[in-house]
Design a protein around this ligand. Structure first.
Ligand SMILES: Cc1cc2nc3c(=O)[nH]c(=O)nc-3n(C[C@H](O)[C@H](O)[C@H](O)COP(=O)(O)OP(=O)(O)OC[C@H]3O[C@@H](n4cnc5c(N)ncnc54)[C@H](O)[C@@H]3O)c2cc1C
Length: 404
């Protein structure tokens, strides 16, 4: 196979797969339709401190640490305070279940898990909520599993596929190591993007900004590292069957609002608070940034994430209306009102793939297709977070290299 690879899309997926391909000796052309690389990632350096546009950290896997080391980035790890995480059940709680519910959950789950592990494996076409009700009971499904997964997948457990979310962990044969927290750089996600761009240039990768290419006109392997919606458009004529499958993937829209306050709230010092959907709020969760990473803020600030599958029309509302909604929900959730100093608001339309039962079917069908010269990459292929995307970049580069 050709030693020349074309990569379309310069978000985290496109940047990291280009890096791994270049390191394996491939000549890489990277095409980005916008005027900058990084995709969803980016950080604004405001007078109050750093403000992330979307993601604020990676899961601290060994591969993520390795990437930081090879890029020469200083790793920033979370503060002790961030170990406290809250879930809203009438008020923010470290543990949202009652003692009775906790025992009922343990008695329901542990015997099956210990003595008959396959019986707790998720079933095909089963929602995460149904899996939770079956194995953990209604309270844990509603107040623990649902909000915890909603914090990652931006969607309630009633819509999520248990196979996509839990399947890989249940079926994994070797231990991947304990959860080791989170990781970011001193200049946030933009620092990571800048370092990746610089490294790619030093390895001879040609980055073409403001460029859209026609897949049919490219020779050799092509990696499409965009959202599923953009990938469907790119493949419309070259691979209509794949495009049709990709078009079936549902997406969630999100609002990410960074609020800088005049005074620091000290009532809840921790990573943040997740809000179960049954409360009917627009808020999915709040991150208490000042208590997460050190030395980034001059002013106390929080990031409010709204939307997901219950986004409604909030995404199209004026900034003032959104801020009013957040102020009301902040009072309901944290029980406080503070004067706002400044804010940064990002509307992410159709930003994240929904890990629902439809995606489970689509991925199954995509896997059964013969692999041609076009390879798919991105957050809809089994891992929504940056560390999972990094894993796939490694695997994909290896797969392309092994083909010739
Ligand atoms: C609010 C929010 C918070 C998040 N927080 C976290 C977090 O804390 N930790 C975490 O791990 N993950 C987080 N995520 C998820 C993570 O940020 C994304 O899954 C990841 O950044 C997606 O990267 P990507 O490269 O697959 O896609 P993208 O970042 O969407 O990049 C795709 C790129 O392709 C380009 N493109 C599109 N069409 C074309 C075309 N035709 N030709 C050329 N280029 C094209 C786009 O312009 C874009 O630059 C968050 C996401 C959101 C929205």
């Amino acid at each position: 196979m050709s030693k020349h690879v074309h990569v379309i899309g310069a978000g985290f997926a496109g940047l990291t797969v280009s890096l791994r391909l270049a390191q394996k000796g491939f000549t890489v052309d990277l095409y980005e339709s916008s005027s900058r690389v990084g995709g969803l990632l980016g950080t604004e350096n405001t007078e109050h401190g750093l403000a992330e546009r979307a993601a604020n950290a990676l899961i601290r896997t060994y591969k993520a640490e390795e990437l930081f080391n090879e890029l020469g980035l200083t790793s920033v790890v979370p503060l002790e305070d961030s170990k406290r995480r809250f879930i809203f059940r009438d008020k923010p709680k470290r543990w949202p279940l009652t003692i009775l519910e906790t025992f009922a959950t343990a008695f329901r789950f542990l015997p099956s898990f210990i003595f008959n592990k396959p019986s707790v494996f998720p079933r095909a076409n089963e929602t995460l909520h149904n899996w939770g009700e079956r194995h953990l009971g209604p309270a844990a499904a509603r107040y623990l599993l649902g909000p915890a997964m909603q914090g990652i997948y931006a969607t309630g457990a009633e819509h999520l596929s248990s196979e996509l979310i839990l399947g890989p962990s249940f079926r994994r044969k070797t231990k991947s190591g304990a959860f080791r927290g989170l990781l970011t750089g001193t200049n946030g996600m933009q620092g990571l993007v800048d370092a990746l761009e610089e490294k790619l240039k030093s390895l001879g990768v040609k980055i073409h900004l403001n460029t859209q290419v026609n897949v049919s006109e490219l020779q050799g392997p092509v990696v499409i590292a965009t959202s599923s919606t953009a990938a469907a458009k790119i493949l419309e004529t070259a691979e209509p069957h794949t495009a049709k499958l990709l078009n079936r993937i549902n997406t969630a829209s999100l609002l990410s609002v960074k609020l800088f306050f005049k005074t620091r709230q000290t009532k809840y010092k921790g990573f943040g608070c997740l809000v179960p959907q049954l409360y009917g709020m627009k808020t999915l969760g709040v991150l208490m940034n000042t208590y997460i990473f050190p030395d980034r803020d001059k002013t106390y600030n929080e990031t409010w994430i709204l939307g997901g599958n219950n986004a409604g029309d909030i995404l199209d509302a004026a900034d003032s209306e959104i801020l009013k909604q957040i102020a009301e929900e902040r009072f309901k959730i944290l029980g406080i009102k503070d004067a706002l100093l400044d804010y940064r608001l990002h509307r992410w339309k159709k930003a994240l793939p929904l890990y629902d039962l439809e995606l489970e079917k689509v991925l199954h069908e995509l896997k059964s297709q013969p692999q041609g010269r076009v390879f798919l990459h991105g957050n809809y292929l089994g891992g929504i977070g940056l560390s999972k995307i990094l894993d796939r970049s490694d695997e994909l580069a290896e797969e392309i290299a092994n083909r010739g």
